[in-house]
Design a binder for this molecule. Structure first.
Ligand code: ADP
Ligand code: MG
Ligand code: MG
Length: 250
């Protein structure tokens, strides 16, 4: 049983005009086994929260903190956070020319486990996960995200999640740009890992569409850099009907 708890988190981002406060006191606690949907309009700071938790260098914690099983993440390096089981699937995954998917996955697994995976079981695991995600075998030989379609990038994020088995997965708009078939395959992947490992999931999304496939236990409305309301799945239905206006003071 693990807990990710975010307490009065304030984060600023480096911009050309200087540092700007984006997160203004986020409070949120996620336990293993729970799926929390974070729903909010564009520009509300959802990706900023994801990056700050993962330890992106441009995002600075200027107040409050987040804790992984009681340990302050501010005091942990990016590597330490990943080793502690925190995983981020980015909204805009980056391309890495010259590094194959297969090498990338093995390097990540080795870094997180602190030792190289046993080659025979590893090859089998990768193949099984790729089959699950309906990825062709030759995908493993391609450079990471170079020339990948939106759907392929998102599948690679879920493939990583499947192989790294995090205790907390932050999925930032994993649904964006997916057609219905890809959305279903990616969602099934998330559900499979969640079902097998009991990881906690922070599912950041702009739309309710993905919630037809991944069923959150908790739903949070995220506006203006903080959580404005929290509830159960019924809150997502309400947002679908009414939008975010009332939370924005409109
Ligand atoms: P969301 O993911 O909810 O759409 P973001 O966290 O991406 O929101 O952005 C929140 C705000 O922070 C926006 O006004 C955005 O322009 C600003 N912001 C985020 N990251 C950066 C950055 N690296 N440089 C400049 N501004 C940023
Ligand atoms: Mg956005
Ligand atoms: Mg975003």
């Amino acid at each position: 049983m693990s807990t990710l708890s975010i307490k009065d988190l304030h984060v600023s981002v480096e911009t050309q005009e200087g540092n700007k406060e984006i997160l203004k006191g986020v409070n949120l606690t996620i336990q293993s086994g729970e799926i929390h949907a974070i729903m909010g309009p564009n520009g509300s700071g959802k990706s900023t929260m994801a990056y700050a938790l993962a330890g992106h260098p441009s995002y600075h914690i200027i107040g409050g903190d987040a804790y992984l099983d009681g340990q302050s993440i501010s005091e942990m390096t990016v590597d330490q956070r990943a080793k502690a089981g925190l995983f981020l699937a980015m909204q805009y995954p980056v391309a890495v020319a010259g590094v194959s998917v297969s090498n990338f996955l093995r390097t990540a697994k080795t870094a997180i486990d602190g030792k190289a995976p046993q080659i025979r079981t590893w090859v089998k695991d990768v193949k099984a996960s790729m089959d699950n995600l309906r990825m062709d075998a030759d995908f493993a030989d391609r450079d990471v995200n170079v020339g990948f379609s939106g759907g392929e990038k998102k599948r690679l994020e879920i493939l990583q999640m499947e192989l790294l088995k995090p205790s907390f997965a932050i999925l930032d708009e994993t649904d964006s740009g997916l057609d219905v078939d890809a959305l279903r395959i990616v969602s099934e992947g998330v559900n499979r890992v969640h079902g097998q490992t009991g990881c906690g999931v922070m599912l950041i999304t702009h739309y309710t569409r993905i919630l037809r496939y991944i069923h959150p236990s908790h739903v949070h409305v995220f506006v203006n850099g903080h959580v404005a309301a929290s509830g159960g799945p019924e809150l997502a239905d309400q947002l679908e009907d009414e939008g975010y206006d009332k939370y924005l003071g409109l």
